[in-house]
Ligand binder design. Structure first.
Ligand code: GP9
Ligand code: MN
Length: 663
């Protein structure tokens, strides 16, 4: 036995067992893989083995002691891959994909949150590597310097591959077309393991770059046929109601709808928003069943969806991987059809999410990034500028625009972002007391955002920009992932099942149309894809010339099937969450029937068509109307002198830092 342990094959066996245990431990402890049966559990247990045999087996081709060295290197790479996924998962409830890795130096959407996601107890993930190194060093004298018989590594790698095919076969029995149809990375990791997932991901990415080359103009016809059946005719009373009006779009970062009217320590968390939703019904219409539809691209997905009425990609962010595509985005349409100036304002660096590239394709005229704001230490927290100074210092910018043209301005807040850091002087509500730091602070930054919004709306009124503007207030995506289910159960008073978690993906959407009385709280089901056609119709532009997957919220024909990016969906009557169907009124599970299957198929088809557009760059083949000019990216520059700002405006606005008294 002692001889075996210190032999090459012994070392290999120990390494294989260690990484096997480690992977299984991570699956159980770190990931929520929703294992639903004993069969799935067996697959979970065996799935690390195939890739382990193949990868570690490669080291056995080396000579003598080198085997150990190579094996430790391969082992460390596998461990690093696993651990990176652990850290990434803690915030994103998702696995790293190739596009995410290349997205930003900020490691996808982690950035400054990383420190918060690495726990000191993670040292445990190093123990096995140390054991291996010690074993290797102590076996120094025993290993022969000769090469092993070639047969051995070949047999080991071949059995790894065989095991993989058995694994895949069993997985497909449980979930047919796993690799072909799946939109959910959780499934692949559950059935095939974290390492095989990475290989799958790499293959997918190579495939996708070849798709553009193979696409042709017939592909867009298929999309048009599908969408012409879906188009919802405008509501006659509202068509053109906001023609030529300024559009102010306000982004509430990471804000989930459960915060509306939520009381913590007996206090409203967001009193101002609550007031807009409840009391002030003559101004806004609030959609309480509005869902975000984002995936790995997070904010970037929300922006893409809400300016293009396309879905985000199943992996990575189109902002990064498809930034050279042709788009026919809302800003470009507004400028071509009604001579709008399009502006984005955001207190972060301009290259985050590759914005300074993709905005050119969208036709954004001005992008006021951190270079336009006072980024001194006391004004910055977490990802960038605090929301109050952000909105304050945005006033002079917006007032310096060309007064002869209407504007479409997108104000993107930032402070209410994971890990929800807040300076003491900005915190006006005590944190929650679940013991989960992110969840507890979530309410404090939400309050801060609420106050920032109150200040901003006050300033808009002061600047005469409130009454006559079309105002949209929305949020991009969840802030609390299902990694915080324990704390969220405390907050909501209910166990967070997968269904409940899907329900929590509601985000606020509210809209004020100048001269049109708001409808208060409406319960229509809707999603981010519906925003473009809604706004186009309000401006008197028919949306059916353009490629839009959503439908006008105010149309009698508005379609209330809300697709999630993973193929799940919500409707007012039924929903599907992770393959299980629910009665939307009772929350009870229901059996599949033909109607449900049809909705499920339609959702799949819609997501696939949208993917085809992005993967094949199909909008290059679509001509919306005879006057349409494809956006020319070379016409846009986002340097720090895009417009001349009247400096005296800063005095005017910064001297007025407080809230306005109640009218
Ligand atoms: C950064 C901000 C955050 O500029 O938009 O992006 P997110 O991490 O939420 O995707
Ligand atoms: Mn975001």
């Amino acid at each position: 036995m002692r001889n075996f342990i210190s032999s090459k094959m012994g070392f290999f066996t120990i390494a294989a067992i260690l990484i096997w245990i480690k992977s299984y431990y991570v699956y159980l402890i770190e990931f929520n893989l929703y294992v639903q049966s004993l069969f799935q559990h067996v697959l979970l247990l065996i799935n690390p083995l195939s890739s382990t045999l193949v990868f570690l087996g490669i080291a056995l081709f080396a000579k003598g002691r080198r085997i150990g060295g190579y094996m430790i290197i391969i082992y460390s790479f596998m461990s690093l891959l696993l651990y990176s996924n652990v850290v990434f998962y803690r915030f994103n409830s998702d696995f790293i994909t190739l596009p995410v890795l290349t997205q930003t130096s900020n490691f996808g959407s982690l950035g400054s949150s990383i420190a918060d996601l690495v726990y000191w107890t993670d040292i445990i993930y190093l123990v096995d590597i140390i054991i291996l190194v010690v074993l290797f060093r102590s076996s120094k004298q025993i290993w022969s310097s000769a090469r092993m018989k070639m047969r051995q590594p070949i047999i080991i790698i071949a059995s790894g591959l065989l095991l993989f095919s058995i694994n895949l076969g069993l997985a497909e029995m449980d979930r047919p077309e796993l690799l072909k149809r799946t939109f959910d990375r959780n499934y692949i990791v559950k059935y095939l393991g974290a390492y095989n997932f990475t290989i799958y991901d790499i293959i997918q990415n190579v495939k996708s770059s070849s798709e553009r080359v193979l696409a042709d103009s017939n592909d867009i016809t298929e999309v048009k046929d599908y969408l012409s059946n879906k188009y919802a005719e405008p509501n006659e009373d509202l068509f053109g109601a906001a023609k030529g009006k300024n559009i102010i779009k306000i982004h509430l970062e990471s804000f989930q709808s459960f915060l509306i009217d939520y009381e913590l320590h007996g206090e409203e968390v967001t009193p101002f928003l609550n007031k807009l939703v409840n009391d002030n019904q003559q101004d806004f219409t609030y959609y309480k069943n509005f869902f975000h539809q984002t995936e790995q691209g997070k904010t970037a997905d929300a922006e893409l969806i809400m300016d293009n009425s396309l879905y985000g990609l199943p992996q990575g962010a189109a902002f990064v991987t498809k930034s050279n595509n042709t788009y026919q985005a809302l800003p470009a349409i507004l400028s071509q059809e009604q001579d709008y100036q399009n502006i984005v304002l955001h207190g972060d660096g301009k290259s985050f999410w590759n914005r300074d590239e993709i905005y050119k394709q969208f036709g954004i005229d001005y992008f006021f990034d951190e270079a336009y704001y006072n980024m001194s230490d006391d004004q910055v927290i977490g990802y960038g500028l605090k929301d109050k100074p952000f909105f304050k210092e945005s006033m002079p910018l917006i007032e310096s625009l060309d007064k002869d043209k209407p504007f479409y301005a997108h104000f993107m807040s930032l402070t209410h972002h994971h890990p929800y850091l807040i300076d003491e002087e900005d915190a006006t509500i005590e944190p929650a007391e679940t013991g989960d730091g992110s969840v507890d602070r979530y309410f404090q930054t939400a309050r801060y955002l609420d106050e920032s919004l109150e200040q901003f709306i006050g300033d808009l009124k002061e600047a005469d920009l409130y009454d006559d503007s079309l105002i949209v207030i929305y949020s991009d995506h969840y802030g609390i992932s299902d990694n915080h289910n324990r704390a969220m159960a405390e907050i909501t008073g209910e166990e967070i099942t997968p269904y409940k978690n899907a329900e929590l993906q509601r985000v606020p959407f509210m809209i004020k149309i100048p001269g049109v009385e708001g409808q208060g709280i409406v319960d229509d089901y809707a999603g981010q894809v519906d925003v473009v056609p809604t706004l186009l119709h309000l401006l008197g532009i028919r949306a059916d010339n353009y490629i839009n997957f959503g439908t006008d919220l105010f149309s009698e024909d508005h379609k209330e099937v809300v697709a999630f990016r993973n193929g799940d969906f919500f409707t007012p009557e039924v929903s599907m969450v992770r393959g299980t169907f629910y009665d939307e009124n009772t929350g009870e599970e229901i059996e599949i029937n033909d109607d449900l299957e049809n909705i499920q198929k339609q959702v799949q088809q819609e997501l696939e068509l949208s993917d085809k557009i992005l993967q094949g760059d199909l909008l290059r083949f679509h001509v919306p109307n005879e006057n349409w000019k494809p956006v020319d990216r070379t016409e846009y520059f986002y340097d720090s002198n895009q417009i001349e700002v009247d400096e005296s405006l800063y005095e005017k606005w910064l001297d007025r830092p407080t809230l306005y008294p109640e009218e």
